[in-house]
Design a protein around this ligand. Sequence first.
Ligand code: NAD
Length: 433
Amino acid sequence: MRISVIGCGYLGAVHAAAMADLGHDVVGVDTDADKVAKLTAGEAPFFEPGLEELLGEGVRSGRLRFTTDIADAADAEVHFVAVGTPQLPGADGADLRFVDGAFDALAGVAAPGSLLVGKSTVPVGTAAELVARLRKAGSTALLAWNPEFLREGFAVADTLAPDRLVYGVDDERATELLDRVYADILERGTPRIVTDFATAELVKTAANAFLATKISFINAMAEIAEATGADVTTLADAIGHDARIGRRFLNAGIGFGGGCLPKDIRAFAARAEELGRAESVAFLRQVDAINLRRRERAVDVAIELLGGSVFERRIAVLGLTFKPDSDDTRDSPALDVAARLHGLGARVRATDPYGIDNARLRHPQLDYVASAREALRDADLALLVTEWREYRDLEPAAVAELMAVPRIVDARNVLDPSAWRAAGFAYRGLGRS
Ligand code: NAD
């Protein structure tokens, strides 16, 4: 099929490459000329495992190309919209100006009977408003909402083998077209849920709200553990054996971040208020507050380990991205902790395998170094804030040799406390006895 993908960021670039991999003829459109130039050269504009290979294959096959000109998308049968929906400046709601801009542009070029498919995460009610907007602009294109559940770090696999497909539609022809797009994926028995616009939009918001709540639940237990001497990791293992609860997403630490969960739960709460249902998701305010408190807690533990102040102390910050296997530093707890320590007068040396360039754009005041070795050399304290494999695998004895004094805050609770203590470290996790 002829497919366009409007917006080629973390979601759209992967989606475009995956659609070409499925055999479709794909044009990716983005307003960012630098991004388009990189993608055209088969280069991933951000770090995502497996993406560059997939892009390269797509571009070489001739089935995948990129452009800044929406007119190049005119002959597509299906247009996916994957533009950003960031938090509004100074408010909690979603900023829909990129979505509106993309649909307005498509209204001018999409052929009658073609299908416009929203993939961006939007407040419930957006699709219905977009139908009205399209009709007002004289477009007869069909609309569907097909939320995306990919995880950064696993985006390629999640797009090619999703655990479910959700279609929000108001016309059977939309379902037929989406079934053709995803034919290979559906053939493998992938569950497909066909529903209305509002439910499809809410599925995505509800999934993110649930995941955020699960993380903040265990972080709330970490706060209680800290007040009682209990160990939150053992607690998570024990309750996680209950199949109704499950162990995944029960890792206490400095909480969630990134370009999705934080802004999505805030946008959900803001939308619920508009709907007169603020109380229904009032708990999400608590989920957000618990999450942000954990960053403060990591800083407090660092202060405690350094005997009351971080001022002028040399601190190695290991990790800057919001999660491993991504270069994304949007709302990253790791970067936030590094910036807070710097603000308190610490001499922070921060490192990350892939996140330094993005981190520098957000916090140019920090001192960035290329390796954990450099960050750790002569440090008074180390903080593990993003659980990259190479930091989890650090040898305590080797790290102790590099540092001025062996002290470590394991803000992701991924190290073995006994091994680090045995190597002479003052070790502190979060919520761990
Ligand atoms: P992003 O900021 O990385 O990408 C958005 C892209 O859209 C940018 O490259 C921007 O230049 C482009 N753009 C903006 N307006 C445009 C227009 N009118 N025409 C063409 N291009 C335009 O954002 P992202 O992380 O890819 O997220 C996109 C959407 O997907 C958001 O709604 C997000 O919540 C949702 N989502 C993201 C993920 C994820 O893991 N990143 C997962 C699921 C859903």
